[in-house]
Design a protein around this ligand. Sequence first.
Ligand code: DGY
Length: 322
Amino acid sequence: MSGKPKLWISRPLFPDVVEPLHEYFEVHAEAEERVLPPDALVSRLAGVEAAIVGLADRIDADVLAKAPSLRFVANLGVGYNNLDLDALSAAGVGASNTPDVLNETVADYAWALMLGAARRVSAAERWLRDGQWTSSRFDGWLGADVHGRTLGILGMGRIGQAIARRAIGFRTRVIYHNRSRLAPETEREYAASYVDKDTLLRESDHLILVLPFTPANRHAIGAAELARMKPGAILINIARGGIVDDAALAEALARGTIAGAALDVFEGEPAVHPALLELDNVLLSPHIASASRDTRRGMAALAVDNVLAAFGHGPHAGRPPT
Ligand code: DGY
């Protein structure tokens, strides 16, 4: 026993970034990335006062009832739908997330998915690797343009705004829908127009979802919404699985209700709806929108600082990313 409070990290994290924790905590970190079932999670939290967790670690009333020593949970992510905030506050356990450090990186990735899906990059690469490139058809692999088209953004928080800013260089028209409308000067800055959800669905050539996952947003895009979109439209989900009804999307993609999709997040991730895996007009990636080297280090550093601050120690942020 070190006499220091015990801290548990639910996944391997950059050793140099977590290093400052060792001065104040007895640190236990998982050696492998894996989804822990609730009973394993509870056993890891025995005697633990602080935890750094990720989106696969669900901290709810049941877990908290069995983890009475827990005082603080730092979530590695801006989204925190894995944390039951009411249960945390009832148990007197503090919590933090990692906003802002990932905005630009996630916005880059939203554009990567949009461009990749519009120009069918991953399907074309699979075809090439499959040895099928024996001649080229002039009218083959035709995709959709992004420049000059209409980009719809559903959810216009900080990440949505970073996505909109990138549209200026592409001369892409931006429309958005959000719970609250942006200030007129912000709309002018991004040349973004506020529309109702129905107009957003009907007019977007490419529709990017950047909503937080809440019970109200579950299946915000389902069969009815997909039916209102343009037949040539492409849907991009970088927000959370569950915002889209993946079964309805797979059916819409198979029937040609919309032309394509790009998904970084899934309802039951890491499982992916099997019908999506069968389709060529959907680009799939394993929840990596924030996974640039610098940004993942920045998120880890912010989580470390949040834990240190919660226990009354000064911030260690500002370590240069590598
Ligand atoms: C977040 O921060 O919520 C991301 O989805 C994690 O990569």
